[in-house]
Design a protein around this ligand. Structure first.
Ligand code: AMP
Ligand code: MN
Ligand code: MN
Ligand code: MN
Length: 273
């Protein structure tokens, strides 16, 4: 229930992603690109052809205080006007942010990274840090994607540029008015003290969020039990998704994650009967 394509920062086209999911034996798959629904139509056509259940989704970038959170919307209607306008408003800031990332990289001696990253972004309205990271790998500045984030692009590093994304409550509302379910993505990945984690879950719930990811490629397996407990304690539905970005970049392919524990209510119980 969480995967990327070339419509955002994935390496596979929507069609190639669905073909991979069919090969790994998944019976259902969601496409959840960052701040865009551009890949959904193509993915749906491929899923129909291959007999997979397709769940149209999106992963929205949100600013919660100084922390960036990701909120996945599942089973959304991509033509819903509030969602369309909201996503467009987030994407608008991405090119200017890209310029600032490039300026910051220039200060540490890396020139012309905007052009490099931009060339790697297939969807020119969805330029992200991953494109910069791939450019740094391709030009030999770092040995892999992780090193690009660790050395330059992660929070606290020289080319990190603070950016204001959507506010939590409107983002959840865009998902809900599009008929979808709001899922807090990889809750274990945010750099928050325990007290703030609890507050994040409460704020997400009061904003209208209904589910959290428990089993995800963006959690370490030893984190699953904690977020399972949080889902049960806070009464959230649970989701499971690879957060797949492409071959060589994501360790877990769609369809190859461990199952959710039987004590949890899966988010797909909402639409799969
Ligand atoms: P952006 O929305 O442009 O800030 O990019 C966020 C994306 O960067 C995430 O969805 C990941 O794909 C990628 N990312 C962030 N941190 C890391 C990291 N430490 N290692 C690899 N990829 C990362
Ligand atoms: Mn990403
Ligand atoms: Mn994410
Ligand atoms: Mn993701």
């Amino acid at each position: 229930m969480h995967n990327h394509s070339t419509a955002s920062d994935g390496l596979l086209s929507p069609t190639q992603l669905i073909e991979l999911a069919a090969r790994t034996g998944a019976d259902a798959i969601a496409l959840t690109d960052h701040d865009t629904t551009d890949g959904l139509e193509e993915a749906l056509a491929a899923a129909k052809r291959l007999g997979l259940t397709f769940v149209p989704g999106v992963e929205i970038s949100v600013s919660w205080g100084d922390t960036t959170l990701h909120v996945v919307g599942l089973a959304v209607d991509p033509s819903a006007p509030a969602l369309v306008a909201g996503l467009a408003s987030i994407r608008e800031g991405r090119l200017a942010r890209g310029r600032r990332i490039a300026e910051a990289l220039a200060k540490v001696g890396i020139e012309e990274s905007f052009e490099g990253a931009y060339a790697l972004a297939e969807n020119k309205t969805m330029l992200g840090r991953t494109h910069f990271a791939r450019h740094l790998v391709e030009t030999g500045r770092v040995k892999n994607l992780q090193a690009a984030f660790d050395k330059y692009l992660a929070k606290g590093k020289p080319a990190y540029v603070a950016h204001r994304w959507a506010e939590l409550s409107p983002a959840v509302q865009w998902i809900r008015t599009a008929g979808g379910i709001a899922v807090l993505a990889h809750p274990g990945r945010y750099d928050l003290k325990p007290m703030f984690r609890d507050e994040m879950l409460k704020d997400f719930r009061s904003a209208g969020g209904e589910a959290i990811e428990v089993v995800t490629g963006s959690h370490r397996p030893e984190q699953y039990a904690h977020w399972q407990r949080m889902a049960l304690e806070h009464g959230f539905l649970a989701s499971r998704g690879a957060d797949y970005h492409g071959p060589g970049e994501s360790p877990i392919e769609p369809g190859r994650l461990p199952p959710l524990d039987g004590s949890l209510t899966p988010v797909w119980s909402r639409w799969a009967h």
